[in-house]
Design a protein around this ligand. Sequence first.
Ligand SMILES: *[C@@H]1O[C@H](CO)[C@@H](O)[C@H](O)[C@H]1NC(C)=O
Ligand SMILES: *[C@@H]1O[C@H](CO)[C@@H](O)[C@H](O)[C@H]1NC(C)=O
Ligand SMILES: *[C@@H]1O[C@H](CO)[C@@H](O)[C@H](O)[C@H]1NC(C)=O
Ligand SMILES: *[C@@H]1O[C@H](CO)[C@@H](O)[C@H](O)[C@H]1NC(C)=O
Length: 491
Amino acid sequence: MIALRRRFADQFIAALVLLLLWHYFSPWAIVVQRRANSSDTASNVTITDGVSTPTDPVESPQETSRGSDNIEQKLGDSEEAFLSLVGTASAPPSISRDDAIRMIYDIEKREDWLELIERQDDHGLMALTKIVQRYIYEKQHPSNCGSQRYLILNKFPGDDAFGLGAIVQRISDYLSVAIQTNSILLYATDTSPGEHFLSEDGAGPCGRSLDCIFQELSNCSSEAQKGLKSNTQSIFSDGQLDLDVEAFLSKHKYPVPLVFEEALKKIQPDITGEMLKYWWRAQAAAYIMRFNRNTSRRLKQFRLGEGTKQLGIQWDVNGDPKEVNVPFPIPEGTISMHVRHGDKGSEMRLVPFNDYVVRAEKFSAENPLGNWKRAFLSTEDPNVIEQMKTMARITPFTYSGSNSRWTWYWTDIPRLNTGPETQLREFGNRTDLTIKWMLQLVMAIECDVFVGTRGSGWNRLIDSLRCTWLASCKQPFLEVGFENDWLGYGP
Ligand SMILES: *[C@@H]1O[C@H](CO)[C@@H](O)[C@H](O)[C@H]1NC(C)=O
Ligand SMILES: *[C@@H]1O[C@H](CO)[C@@H](O)[C@H](O)[C@H]1NC(C)=O
Ligand SMILES: *[C@@H]1O[C@H](CO)[C@@H](O)[C@H](O)[C@H]1NC(C)=O
Ligand SMILES: *[C@@H]1O[C@H](CO)[C@@H](O)[C@H](O)[C@H]1NC(C)=O
C-alpha cells in the first residue's frame, strides 16, 4: 500500500517537473493581456513569451542628419501622397484564381505585373501590396531619366555561394536604400549580383545580370553601371550624397523604407520589427523577381512538359500506383510541400520528409470535408522523391476522412542534394536550370495549403510570392520547423 502511494507520488512529481519544463521552455507559451479597465492610458506592454521583441528595433536613431551611416528621414510630397492612399478602397477583384496563375506564365510586357496584382482580391494579398508595388514601380520608372540619381549595385563578395533567395534578400536592402535616398536602383553591368544564375553566353544589353531573366529594375540606365571596381559594393551616380551605404546597412539591421513603415503602422500600429522586415522583404522580392517575357515563355514550356517532365501518381484502392497527369493550373485545394535539404543542414535543423506528410495528414484529418490529399512536392533532394513514391497511404490518425490515398505531383528536374553552385555547374545551361527552379516556386504557389519551414529562404520566398503575386495569403501555412527557426532569420 505504502509502496503504491510512493509510486503515485513519484509519478506526480515527475509530471509536475515536466509541466514546469514545458511552461518555461515551450516557444508556444501564450500570454493573454487585458486592457486596464480604469482609463484609456494604454500601458506600454512588453510581451513576455520570449518571442516578441520588447522594444521596437526599427525606431529611427536619435541622430538623424549627422554622419555618413545615416539617412535623413523625411517624408516629402510623394511619400505624403502615398500615405493618403492607405485605407482607401481598391477595385474589387476581376480575375479568377486560375486566370491569375495563367497570367504568370503569359507575361508579355512589364505593366502586366501591376495588372496581375491590381486585379486580384485585396484581402487575399499581403497588406498594402497593390499600392506598394505601384509606388516602387513608379519610383523605378520615371518619365525622365536625365535628372535622376542612381544607386549602382555590384556583385556581392562570395555571391557564387548564395541561393537565389539570399541574393534577392540582399538586393532588397539596396532597394530600400534607393527608395529612401530618392535614387533608382540599377545593377552593375561588368559584374552583377547573382550572375552565376545566368548562362555565360549572356548577350544583349542586359549582359549577365538578373535583368536578363527578370523585368529590368528600371527603364533608365546610367553610364555609372560600367567600370565598377570589384572592391566597390555600390556607388551613387552623382557623388552628391554623403552616405556610406554599407555602413548604413550594417548599422541598421532592418532597412525598411520609412514611408512603408509609416503606412503599415497606420493599419497595424503594434507591428514588430521582425514582421516589418519580413513584410518588406516579401514586397521587395515580388518586385525584383517579376519574370520577363523570355522567362515567362520558357517557364510555360517547362510547365507544359516541353524540355522537362511533369509527373503525377495516384494510388488506387488496391494500393497500386497509377500515373496521372498534372493539370494546369494545379487544382484548388492542393498542398504544396517544399522539403529543404541540400546544403541547408549547416544553418538550420533539417526536418525529415515524414514530418511534412504527418503535418499534412493531420490537417486533412482535421478538415475532413475538404479533399486535401493532393500534394505538389518540391525539393532538391532526390531521396525525398524516392520516399514519396512509396507513400501510398500513411494514416497515423484513425479518425482520418474517407480518402486515405495520396495523389502526388512533382517535376522531373535534375536534382543533387548539394548547394546551388554545384548544381549550376553540373547541369549545363545555368539560365535554364534557374528557370526550372523558378518553375518549382510558381508551381508551389499554384497550391492552396503550404507545408514547410520558414527557416529556409526558399520557403520564405514561396510564402512571400503567394501573398504578393497571388491572393493566397488567406490560405494556411503549416510550419514544420521550430518557431525559432524563422524568427530572426537572415543577416
Ligand atoms: C509609454 O511610452 C511612451 C513613450 O516611450 C511614454 O511617453 C508614455 O508615457 C508611456 N506610457 C505609459 C503608460 O507608461
Ligand atoms: C518609363 O516607364 C514609365 C512607365 O511605364 C513611363 O511613363 C516613362 O515614360 C518611361 N520612361 C522613359 C524614360 O522611357
Ligand atoms: C529575349 O529573347 C530574344 C530572342 O531570343 C533576345 O533577342 C532578347 O535579347 C531576349 N531578351 C532578354 C531581356 O534577354
Ligand atoms: C540557355 O538557356 C537560355 C534560356 O532558355 C537560352 O536563351 C540560351 O540560348 C541557352 N544557352 C545555351 C548555350 O544553350
